[in-house]
Design a binder for this molecule. Sequence first.
Ligand SMILES: [Zn+2]
Length: 222
Amino acid sequence: MLPGRPPRALIVARVQAIEISLDWRWPPVLALGTWLLAQNVLPARFPSWELGTTWLTAAAAVLAGEVALLLHELSHALIARSHGQHVTRIVFHGFQAQTVIEETPSAPLCEVLTALAGPTINLLLAGLAGVIRFAFLVQGPLDAFLLMLTVGNAAAAVLSLLPFGSADGARALAALRRHCRLEGEIACERQDDDDQNQQAQRRPAVVAPSAGAAKAAAQQGE
Ligand SMILES: [Zn+2]
């Protein structure tokens, strides 16, 4: 998730008025990822598989990864929009994507929720794939597919939550710090107000005897 200017990309769909775009790097990155899985990773682990099964499993895993990436970015977009921010588009670069949000002031806690929505979706998908794998005791290519989905989504969640650069974790942490700073300032202002109120309440207690004394003096004078 990143704010900023919309990059040049090909619009392929719209989801709730949010443009879904593909950067020029998307097709070669996906082709390379599928090729690496089908030619190196899967044959090394499952040498007895037929070529068609290997390529189909590789392509399915890469496409499922893109669907998970879309759900990750859509969760950022929809949470940001529900808090009044204007989301223009989601751009896919390959195994990375960018949600373009117009820079508008928002409450820090809304930014925390927006940033954490993406990794939460990845954790849910990893958990779902893991539960299906164990509940149905699947085997063969489907088991490998679900395992890649579990590991891939868990890794995506961990990488997103890193507190570095423009990662979701760094954005959530920065917004949380801002929230704590604002809370501290509000608490200080409240304390100042309370102090002023207490001082204001003490003043009449000092003035009253004087007024009484002045009245008594006036009566004596009469
Ligand atoms: Zn994200």
